[in-house]
Design a protein around this ligand. Sequence first.
Ligand code: GAR
Length: 201
Amino acid sequence: MLNIVVCVSGGGTNLQAIIDGVKNGRIKETRITGVISNNESAYALKRAEQNHIPAFCISPKSFSDREKYNDAFLDRLEELNPDLIVLAGFLVILPPKMIETYRGRIINIHPSLIPAFCGTGFYGLKVHEAALERGVKITGATVHYVDEGTDTGRIICQKSVQVLEDDTPETLQKRVMEQAEWIILPQAINEIAAGYGKTNG
Ligand code: GAR
């Protein structure tokens, strides 16, 4: 059984896709042991509570400095002891120690076809604004491992989505979520869980 912790900052539709995937069997041999948000008003926390998943808000705002926040975040992760950490719209820079401790065990979903429209400053709607501004006809989403860089880790899977003539950042974001993110993130977790089962009995 792969124990996962999902880190979120906002609406949590990707978290919902994972919860649904675990329920409907698209994600096998996986248990969500906790959800951590940096934002107390994130709707993702409600989704976790509604599904009886332990939910925690650890906000940088509640700590006098970044180091104290990082320590609290790392302590909570250690308690939850995840086999895999899933960043599902988590908009916080990770503590370097977290990347070191969980190397090869953190994945992220990004709403573009990396290496397009990624890196510092590219998150949420901004990614789709940039794609429309550049006039690309195809965009999509990427699931990748997390390393020290921003969106630089090894790519696990990608799915393309068509851009339409009359798209706005909002309509494009919705299509990328529906046709790519909510499909490939559960898929990637299921594949990792299958591999984990083989090596860990
Ligand atoms: C998603 O589109 C996700 O790909 C993006 O934030 C959104 C979160 O939505 N993540 C990034 O931009 C990371 N660089 P959600 O809270 O509804 O899952």
